[in-house]
Structures are given as structure tokens and as C-alpha cells.
Design a protein around this ligand. Structure first.
Ligand code: XBP
Ligand code: MG
Length: 296
């Protein structure tokens, strides 16, 4: 039975990468006198590496910018840049706010009303999460979540499953009692790695990534007046917004597939058949699943 929803943060709750983190990194560079500029295209490439510190190190290694410190001081330099960037990110979120993506707040409130538990599993720094939730979702929003798993609390960031294992342990739930909501390939690799069925709401940075194994891939979670477009090659059913009923049906369908594949004698291991959707092509929705079809 579905008991909890576990939300990713960046790119899933809001367009924080483009509108927040990228700008904050650039402000930190400028403040420290570095002439590095991460434009939107470059930042899209750098997003392949999760975690701000890890992304900075990757940039230095892969792009070879001029670095004003000796190798022995590189770790400290990255720590300092990251701390500065976090301050800029929080200031930006608090001053201008980054709006929640369509359907996110609606779904969270519906889920709480329906008795589902909420949690967060993210690669970003915990302070960033509290700032975003308080600033863009409402002052009490951090309280909606029983567990906020974030940043360096685990050894390995996404695509490793560590943060999802951490959240499951804190919730005291099995993977199959939860659903994850993610936006990226690194995200679904992490949630899938922990055995959690996952739905995807892509954004401009992640559209076109490989979401093999997703229950469904959409462009956003949908609002009654702003229906989602289903991007899965073969979604199980057509719906215009992701609500609790739709999630329960998707979850139940996933569970029954899993049970079927567990039956002795079918020659299959559950892990090999727990991927109901074929590789997402992100092509136009199939005519059999009209983009804005209303739920039954
Ligand atoms: C996305 C990330 C983060 C942010 C930056 O996290 O990879 O690193 O880009 O945050 P998710 P920090 O999609 O898991 O929410 O600079 O604080 O790491
Ligand atoms: Mg994300």
C-alpha cells in the first residue's frame, strides 16, 4: 500500500537550477574575483555531476579554468566557494522567490489530506531546502515533511541510492510503500537504485534524458486549468494531472506487476521485470494516450 511520497527538490519542486543555483554560483565567482561564468548551456552540461562542491571540482578538472590557488589549497577553495554560493542562493530565494512548479503544492496538500506521509530526498544543501520551502511554499511548509534528507548527510550523492536509503530508514518504510517524484536521470537512478517506483516531471534541462523504469514521464504535475502532457512512450493510463488517485492507481499497477513477476516458475526475477515503461523516447504523446485526456 502506498504510504509516502518522497520528493526530489531541484528541478522537481521549482526551476531552481536555472533560476537559483546557476546564478548563485556566478555571484560567488564574481565576489571572489574569479572570471568564471556558467551560462545556461554550460550549466546544463555541468548538471551531469550532482552536488555543488562536486560540480565545482568537475568544472575545474574538465574545463581547466585558471585557478588562483595551489593544488594543496583546492579543497579549501572549493569549500569556500560553495559556502559563498549557498549564501547567495538563500538570499536569492528569500528576496525574489522561485515559484513552485505546476501541481507541486496542490499534490503535497492533497497527499497530506489523504493521510500520505511526505519526505524529501535531495542532493542540495539542507539550508537551501528550508529556504526554498519557507520562501516559495509558505512559512509552515518545512513541517509538511517528516524527513528532509539532503546534501552531505550521506556519503554518495545521486545517482547513488544513498539518500533514498537514508529517507526510507528514517521513515521506517519499505521502498515499495513509497513513490518518488524526480526530474532527472541522476534522480531516477538513485530512486530506482533504492527500489522505489518513480514518476518523472521533466524540465528544460532534463527533457531527453533516459528515464527507463519510470512509472510515467510528464512535463509537470498538472493543475486543473493547466493539464500536464504525458511524455512516456507507453504510459499506463492517460491523465491530465498527477493527483493522489492517479498515484495510487499507478502504484497499485506497479505492485501487481511486481507480484506477478515474483510468482515462482515464471523464470523471471522481480528486478528484471520491475520496469513497466519502455525506455522513454520523449516523443510526442501517442494518439492512444492523448496529451490532455481527462482522467476517468
Ligand atoms: C540537485 C543538485 C544540487 C544543486 C546544487 O539536487 O545536484 O547539487 O544543483 O545544490 P536534487 P548544492 O535534484 O537532488 O535536488 O550546491 O547545495 O549542492
Ligand atoms: Mg532534481
Amino acid at each position: 500500500m502506498l504510504k509516502a511520497l518522497i520528493f526530489d527538490v531541484d528541478g522537481t519542486l521549482a526551476e531552481t537550477e536555472r533560476r537559483g543555483h546557476r546564478i548563485a554560483f556566478n555571484r560567488a565567482f564574481a565576489e571572489t574575483g574569479l572570471d568564471w561564468v556558467w551560462d545556461e548551456a554550460l550549466y546544463g552540461e555541468l548538471l551531469a555531476v550532482t552536488g555543488g562542491k562536486e560540480r565545482l571540482r568537475h568544472f575545474i578538472t574538465a574545463h581547466g579554468p585558471e585557478v588562483p590557488v595551489a593544488d594543496a589549497e583546492l579543497d579549501a577553495c572549493i569549500e569556500n566557494l560553495q559556502a559563498l554560493k549557498t549564501r547567495h542562493y538563500i538570499a536569492l530565494v528569500e528576496s525574489s522567490g522561485i515559484p513552485a512548479r505546476p501541481g507541486v503544492i496542490r499534490l503535497m496538500k492533497e497527499a497530506l489530506d489523504a493521510g500520505l506521509r511526505l519526505a524529501i530526498a535531495t542532493t542540495t544543501t539542507a539550508d537551501n531546502v528550508y529556504a526554498l520551502l519557507s520562501g516559495s511554499f509558505g512559512p509552515g511548509a518545512p513541517e509538511w515533511f517528516e524527513v528532509i534528507g539532503a546534501g552531505d548527510i550521506v556519503a554518495n550523492k545521486k545517482p547513488a541510492p544513498d539518500i533514498y536509503h537514508y529517507v526510507l530508514a528514517e521513515l521506517g518504510l519499505a521502498a515499495e510503500e513509497c513513490l518518488a517524484i524526480e526530474d532527472s536521470e541522476n534522480g531516477i537512478l538513485a530512486s530506482k537504485g533504492a527500489g522505489i517506483p518513480t514518476i518523472i516531471a521533466v524540465n528544460d534541462y532534463t527533457a531527453g534524458q533516459d528515464f527507463t523504469g519510470a512509472l510515467v514521464v510528464t512535463d509537470h504535475l498538472g493543475e486543473p486549468e493547466h493539464p500536464l502532457t504525458c511524455l512516456s512512450a507507453a504510459p499506463w493510463e492517460a491523465f491530465s494531472l498527477v493527483d493522489v488517485d492517479a498515484l495510487k492507481r499507478l502504484h497499485e499497477r506497479w505492485m501487481s506487476e511486481k507480484r506477478k513477476n515474483r510468482k515462482p516458475g515464471n523464470g523471471l526475477h522481480s528486478s528484471s521485470r520491475s520496469q513497466p515503461c519502455p525506455k522513454n523516447t520523449l516523443s510526442s504523446p501517442s494518439p492512444a494516450h492523448p496529451a490532455q485526456a481527462l482522467r476517468p
